[in-house]
Design a protein around this ligand. Structure first.
Ligand code: UD1
Length: 433
């Protein structure tokens, strides 16, 4: 199993280019199931979750070409026939977002069989809201042997009010509603830019969606969707992670190819900690020449501060002067990075959904374990400022969502390399986000 070896202490200097958003690319790939014509997606990030989705779609009978190169990170998906509208446990267990195929499959094929995702180390992450919404649209749902089965002659438009804001739940039902008979109005929807990006693709495929990116979405069902070409938005979490890296290392880093409108909450919070930035529509320059000061943080649904940046913020808080209280409102049990940061010298106390981070503490290199995707990013950030050589085990979590992270970091001055097995293993839970 691969590990990252990072020697801390170098300020990050130069320009780093942001990849396409994994969390926008995944639902857009699932949307290709809604038509028998080819869907071409550009700016696809080269990360493991995309490869998992390729396998998932191919197992159903879709043809998926996936190619990466200097100019193109592109996939062409043609779901002409879907012989097996199913998502097996083997694939769903490694990536919870596989449940995104449920809505498109039942809408297009009239049936779907998708494994339940099961337990997860970043909290209970049920899919009850996806299921309830599909029932509102007229699907008959049964659960057996760990699988959800959905069946219908044709979905019927309906009013859906989400009990709780869910990103992939909103996306799943949005896709299903495009082919339903009549109008669907969805309320209390997720407002994430990834939802709006999916809607842009669906509209390019002939769907009639209004209001995506706000909490109320209207969908007029159509009988058929066609092929389309679409460019995936930049990854705001990758951009946020590099902004924190520039700030923590006292660097001068230009984060290029991002969409700074999607970064407002992150930039606002970092400004509170004393981080200086120069913001343009498609780039952020971070100048880490000021000492950091503590600031409390609450994770919220978009446009609030994203839970997917909480772990990275916690790494930064260990280097800020004073006490920062970090409250995780979206997921229970999403503080697994804290114990590893403590092993590196951080002073963090967890009380339920609150983490109390007392800084500034010097960090010292250690052998640490990545427990989920964003937790891994926080350990990379800590390692970049730690004294000595940190070895991060289980970097496959990182590879799920960060394209080429060691090359990108190396390009701006970090001392980082990837190696095979070096250490005895410690047991950790399985995670997916
Ligand atoms: C998505 C993102 C993930 C991010 C999360 C929150 C993708 C592929 N993943 O995950 O990176 O951390 O949004 O911004 O886009 N919930 C229910 N019932 C449901 C669905 C969700 O109770 O049916 C709860 C969850 O347990 C959680 C909250 O709702 O407490 C939000 O989860 P949700 O927005 O659905 O997260 P994901 O879409 O899985």
């Amino acid at each position: 199993m691969d590990k990252l070896v990072i020697r801390g202490g170098n300020p990050l200097l130069g320009t780093v280019r942001i990849s396409g958003a994994k969390n926008a690319a995944l639902p857009c790939m699932a949307a290709a199931l809604l038509t028998d014509e080819p869907v071409i997606l550009e700016n696809i990030p080269q990360v493991r979750d995309i490869e998992t989705t390729r396998k998932l779609l191919a197992a159903m009978g879709a043809e998926v070409e996936l190619g990466y190169g200097r100019a193109h990170h592109r996939t062409t998906i043609c779901a002409k026939t879907l012989a097996a509208p199913e998502a097996s446990y083997e694939l769903v267990k490694t990536m919870r977002a596989s449940t995104l195929v449920l809505g498109p499959l039942v809408a297009r094929c009239g049936r779907a069989r998708v494994s339940l995702p099961g337990g997860c180390a970043i909290g209970a992450r049920p899919i009850d809201l996806h299921i309830k919404g599909l029932e509102h649209l007229g699907a008959k749902i049964t659960q057996e042997h760990g699988y959800v089965e959905a069946a219908t002659d044709r979905l019927q438009g309906a009013e859906i009010v989400f009990d709780k804001i869910t990103v992939t739940g909103t996306e799943d039902l949005l896709m299903a509603a495009t082919l339903a008979d009549g109008e669907t109005v969805m309320q209390n929807c997720a407002r994430e830019p990834e939802v709006a990006d999916l809607a842009a693709l669906l509209n390019a495929m002939g769907a009639k969606i209004h209001g995506a990116g706000t909490s109320t979405i209207h969908v007029k069902g159509v009988s058929k969707l066609h092929g389309a070409k679409h460019r995936i938005i930049p990854d705001r979490i990758e951009a946020g992670t590099f902004i924190v890296a520039g700030a923590m290392t006292g660097g001068d880093l230009n984060i290029a190819g991002c969409d700074s409108h999607h970064l407002t909450a992150i930039l606002q919070k970092l400004a509170e900690t004393g981080v200086k930035t120069a913001v343009k529509p498609d780039s952020v320059r971070v100048m880490g020449d000021q000492p950091l000061k503590a600031a409390d943080l609450n994770t919220e649904e978009y446009p609030g501060f994203p839970t997917d940046m909480q772990a990275q913020y916690m790494a930064l808080a260990t280097q800020a002067e004073g006490t920062s209280i970090v409250v995780e409102n979206i997921f229970e049990n999403r503080f697994m990075h804290a114990q590893e940061l403590v092993r590196m010298g951080a002073n963090i106390k967890i009380e339920g959904r609150r983490a109390i981070v007392r800084g500034k503490t010097p960090l010292s290199a250690a052998a640490v374990l990545a427990s989920d995707l964003r937790a891994s990013a926080s350990l990379v950030l800590a390692a970049l400022v730690a004294d000595g050589e940190t070895i991060i085990d289980r970097v496959y979590h990182l590879d799920r969502g960060y394209e080429n992270i060691e090359e990108k970091l190396k390009g701006v001055g970090a001392e980082i390399r990837r190696v095979g097995d070096l250490l005895p293993k410690r047991a950790v839970g399985l995670t997916r986000d």
